[in-house]
Ligand binder design. Structure first.
Ligand SMILES: [Zn+2]
Length: 381
């Protein structure tokens, strides 16, 4: 009997072993290994036959190159929603106007406005002139618009869709632009740029005066009715996936529910923002769960789009972070070994995945500015 209980204990321990990662510095950079412990179910969505596009969902995985996704795929024993369900794939060139290696400001501006601009610019051209973004054009056409991110709202990617500035670091100025952006559903972090400001203004309150339902917590966001929503849940960025849980998924589903009320359709951008931070830190142990969280959210978004039948989903990165290569591993064991060659961005093209009506237009090699051009033309903005 004693032996049996020991045996059972051993089995229990075996099945509760957590994921782990280890890293070694080499002359080529940082070599890291990860063994997965994920059991999330992959969705299976039907490609559908419709051609009409009413809604577009643009999903950006900040800093997620092909190697990042491949590593997460190996660690998840060869399954990913993105890889198993997207109907078309392409490649996007990420260089900006004055540098081969872009930042999220210039890359976001290219996708949001269709213009290559200088490093660190937000929604302006290299001369500093204000550019119209997809959310501006969609608003003008009477479509609803949304932004859901896991970073601060004044961080580069969300800022390029909602604001304009020659320097991404001027975050207090960027926060002010949200007052006039007219985006219907706004969700993210970075509250201290709105209500702990050097000018003592409380932009959370000012957004309320402009007709937004202002939310400080998930509980409040959940209860928000139809109409404009401004949800800023943290002073800084939202926490990483292990602490955040499925908040990103819940927020995107709430956005879809609210935006879909508009009979004319909507354009929305959802960003898995913190994949980039984990790349900069060369932290594979944090990076893989961030990608899994993004992929799980993609799965639920694709299910929503499948049910709707008139929704195009485009998924891509703004650039690659960490100059990552995949050097060893095992699909069966969910083990992967990678090498980070730098702590910044790299200049390699990033993959584009698409699902739904007109998704074939996102196959082949494109410039990041084409993301804007194609969506503009598909939604007739
Ligand atoms: Zn970055």
């Amino acid at each position: 009997m004693k032996h049996i209980s020991k045996y059972l204990l051993f089995i229990c321990l075996f099945f509760t072993i957590e994921s782990f990662a280890q890293s070694v510095k080499t002359e080529n950079g940082l070599r890291s290994s990860y063994t997965g412990n994920s059991d999330y179910k992959i969705v299976q969505v039907d490609p559908g036959k419709g051609k009409k596009v009413k809604n577009v969902i643009l999903m950006i995985a900040d800093g997620m190159g092909l190697t990042h996704l491949s590593a997460a795929w190996v660690a998840n024993n060869g399954k990913m929603n993105i890889l198993d369900n997207c109907m078309h794939t392409g490649l996007s060139k990420t260089y900006c106007a004055n540098k081969l290696i872009t930042d999220s400001g210039a890359a976001g501006t290219a996708m949001a406005t269709g213009h290559k601009t200088n490093y660190h610019c937000i929604g302006v051209n290299p001369e500093g002139n204000v550019l119209q973004s997809l959310t501006d054009l969609a608003n003008n056409k009477g479509l609803s618009t949304g932004i859901v991110v896991t970073c601060g709202l004044t961080d580069a990617t969300p800022a390029t869709f909602c604001t304009n500035n020659i320097d991404r670091d001027r975050e207090e100025e960027i926060a002010l632009d949200y007052l006039s952006c007219n985006v219907d559903f706004i969700f993210g972090g970075g509250r201290n740029k709105f209500n702990m400001r050097s000018d003592n203004r409380d932009l959370m309150q000012e957004m309320k005066e402009r007709g937004y339902q202002v939310c400080y917590s998930w509980q409040e966001t959940q209860l928000a009715q139809e109409g404009k929503v401004f949800a800023v849940l943290e002073d800084g960025q939202l926490p990483l996936a292990d602490e955040r849980g499925d908040l990103f998924n819940r927020a995107t589903q709430k956005a879809l529910k609210n935006l879909a009320v508009n009979k004319k359709g909507f354009f929305t951008m959802f960003e898995g923002s913190r994949i980039d931070d984990c790349g900069h830190e060369n932290d594979l142990f944090k990076l893989i769960p961030e990608i899994w969280d993004f992929d799980k959210t993609v799965g639920e978004v694709l299910k929503w789009a499948e049910k709707d039948g008139k929704t195009l989903v485009v998924i891509l990165a703004d650039h690659e972070t960490g100059a990552l290569t995949l050097t060893d591993g095992s699909l069966q064991k969910g083990e992967v070994t990678v090498n980070f060659a730098n702590k910044g961005h790299s200049g390699i093209m990033v993959p584009v995945y698409s699902y739904g009506p007109q998704s074939n237009l996102f196959s082949g090699v494109m410039d990041n500015t084409d993301v804007f051009n194609k969506i503009k033309s598909i939604l007739k903005l």
